[in-house]
Write a protein that binds this ligand. Structure first.
Ligand code: AMP
Ligand code: MN
Ligand code: MN
Length: 314
């Protein structure tokens, strides 16, 4: 059921033991929003714990209280009266769903979130889930400490490409300004988040070497096979290097994370890539979306290129 932000705040006020989670393959918004929510709820006297069922890439591990995030182990349960799911629909939280049967409160900004049977506050106009958590903190009367502000700022910065993408609204910048007043060091977040290992830079070189152009230059794509991809931790930012090509509308990167498990990232300047991703079982936003295709890399590339071609027609 779709609910308002005030309803979401009421549900949080009524709960005492809150399990917080976000999507697997977590990004800065997933980790920033869950950690900020944990600190906000604890400041209101609640028992709050973050679980994420995945590894978290190194750059995000600098966020305050990162070390308190737990990963569910087989057979584990967690006593909660509310499961707060952030930055995704409930189908991308891995085994966190097995930890509790508590009612779900889902807070998200993905246009593709069509969760049914749960309380959902979805605000596709919000640049990041962290923007919504900021508003929720205000609604709940919580104080925004420097640690909370840092986590919220991290999510805003990640999902807007450091305030460059079209989802950057006046509100986004106003909230970012307020977070800096609350104690964020913007340069700390930028420096930590842009940092790459030597292996990652070599990985970027390998990805760029694979560059192919389709549809008269409107589409640019890169692929990383498993033998190459396993040498480094993160492909964050790789796709941005080809998104900038002047003729390109849609850019994609396919990374074979494990044999026959291909993770697809898409970025666009016009075409609605969330529709293409949703057709392939994924989701996302109009200009940034993704999916996972369980098949050999060459097949994934073929299917994706066809789907992008139909995207131009629609
Ligand atoms: P990425 O390219 O990984 O940065 O993802 C871009 C956007 O697409 C993010 O908003 C993700 O949440 C979304 N996305 C990526 N992969 C998937 C997936 N397998 N299912 C649903 N949404 C996804
Ligand atoms: Mn996310
Ligand atoms: Mn997000």
């Amino acid at each position: 059921m779709l609910i308002t932000l005030t309803d979401a705040a009421t549900k949080i006020r009524a709960a005492n033991k809150i399990l917080i989670t976000a999507h697997i393959q977590p990004d800065g918004d997933a980790i920033g929003s869950t950690l900020a929510a944990m600190m906000i709820l604890r400041s209101l006297g609640k028992n709050a714990q973050v679980f994420i069922d995945d590894t978290v890439r190194r750059n995000l591990q600098v966020l305050p209280h990162f070390e308190e995030i737990r990963r569910p182990v087989d057979g584990e349960t967690f006593d909660a009266d509310l499961l707060l799911i952030l930055d995704t629909s409930p189908d991308r939280i891995g085994n966190v769903s097995k930890l509790t049967d508590a009612p779900i409160l889902n807070v998200d900004h993905h246009v593709t979130n069509t969760s049914e049977g749960v309380d959902l506050y979805d605000e596709p106009k919000a640049a990041a889930t962290c923007e919504i958590i900021y508003k929720l903190a205000r609604e709940l009367g919580a104080k925004i400490t420097p640690d909370i502000a840092t986590c919220l700022y991290a999510g805003l910065a990640t999902d807007t490409g450091f305030f460059q993408f079209s989802n950057t609204q006046a509100d986004t910048l106003a909230i970012a300004a307020e977070l800096i007043r609350c104690g964020v060091s913007p340069n700390f977040i930028s420096e930590q988040f842009e940092m790459k290992t030597l292996a990652e830079v070599r990985g970027l070189a390998a990805a760029l070497n694979s560059l192919k152009i389709f549809y008269d230059g409107k589409v640019a794509g890169m692929t990383l096979d498993h033998a190459t991809a396993k040498k480094f931790d993160s492909t964050e930012g790789f796709i941005d290097e080809i998104r900038v090509i002047d003729t390109v509308d849609v850019a994609f990167l396919i990374t074979e994370k494990a044999p026959n498990v291909c993770r697809v990232s898409m970025r666009s300047k016009g075409v609605n890539v969330s529709k293409i991703a949703a057709e392939l079982g994924g989701g996302g936003h109009i200009r940034a979306a993704g999916c996972t295709l369980k098949m050999p890399l060459a097949d994934a590339e073929k299917i994706l290129i066809e789907a992008i071609g139909s995207g131009f027609a629609n």
